[in-house]
Write a protein that binds this ligand. Structure first.
Ligand code: HPA
Length: 284
């Protein structure tokens, strides 16, 4: 049934816009403003799209925006479905599957994340090189529909190498331009690369948990992205992931963590984040 549902959702989206999106972008907590910068945009509330769930978290608008970024037609999810909200993994993955049926072959997943790496401060970005799925469940558990993809999908290169190179190259260009315009040199070192560890949430982690995830090789922790990345790879899509580092993870500093801080930091990096996304999209 899920495949037919995705076809229905895709058909509805096609009925609302003549654009044929080439790329899908999922915007994480505090990063939604990118969708407001698109040209010729139309926005569709999730509640209007057949079989889409509703987004309940503050900071997630809950709509799909179709429009152009640097003349490239794209589909942007302003707000996503999280496992901690109580959605099933099928619901969390459903937008990816709809994008797959729509013929979109490239997806850029973004999120807000806590840093486990002392070199990576709040306000910087982390290009996801790989992930640890610590959500306690694999989203593809259950009967497999071959129309989406294989029973045992390969996870060797979840985050596309070529996309990573493009993102690094464009970040370098932004850094170079900032340097030439006399910006604070600290502002030129905004893109890191690392392993994203996905947890189910909704609690933030304990300091002991963060020490454990550090030992396991995590650079950042968050509560999203991995189910969508897995769904997209199952569909054979090219995936890129960018984390906006909004805080040091629990126990890394004396500070407690709260959602307001996460949202504020998202807003603070919005301009460089948006510029990077636009440049990367125009190269796809
Ligand atoms: N932990 C988990 N998820 C997060 C964090 C964090 O520290 N910051 C933003 N999302």
């Amino acid at each position: 049934m899920i495949y037919e549902n995705a076809q229905e959702a895709a058909q509805y989206i096609r009925s609302r816009s003549d654009l044929t999106p080439k790329v899908a972008v999922v915007l994480g907590s505090g990063l939604g403003a990118f969708a407001d910068t698109l040209e010729d945009a139309i926005s569709i509330q999730y509640k209007e799209i057949p079989h889409f769930a509703l987004s309940t978290v503050e900071g997630h608008a809950g709509r799909l925006v179709l429009g152009k970024a640097n003349r490239i037609p794209i589909a942007v999810q302003q707000g996503r479905f999280h496992y901690y909200e109580g959605y099933s993994m099928e619901q969390v993955m459903f937008p990816m599957r709809t994008f797959g049926v729509l013929g979109i072959r490239t997806v850029i997943l973004t999120n807000a994340a806590g840093s486990l790496n002392t070199e990576m401060s709040p306000g910087s970005l982390m290009l996801i090189s790989d992930h640890l799925n610590m959500m306690g469940v694999n989203p593809l558990r259950g009967p497999n529909d071959e129309r989406f993809g294989a029973r045992f999908p390969d996870m060797t290169n979840v985050y596309d190498r070529e996309l990573q190179e493009i993102i690094v190259a464009e970040a370098d260009k932004i850094a170079q331009e900032r340097l030439e315009s006399g910006a604070d040199p600290r502002l030129t070192d905004f893109l890191h690369r690392g392993v994203y560890c996905a947890l189910s949430g909704p609690t933030y982690e304990t300091p002991a948990e963060i020490r454990m995830y550090r030992l396991l090789g995590a650079d950042a922790v968050g509560m999203s992205t991995v189910p969508e990345a897995i769904a997209a790879r199952h569909l054979g899509m090219r995936v890129a992931g960018i984390s906006c580092i909004t805080n040091f993870a629990a126990g890394m500093t004396e500070e407690a963590i709260n959602h307001e801080e996460v949202m504020e930091t998202g807003a603070r990096v919005a301009s460089v984040f948006q510029e990077l996304l636009k440049r990367v999209i125009s190269r796809l």
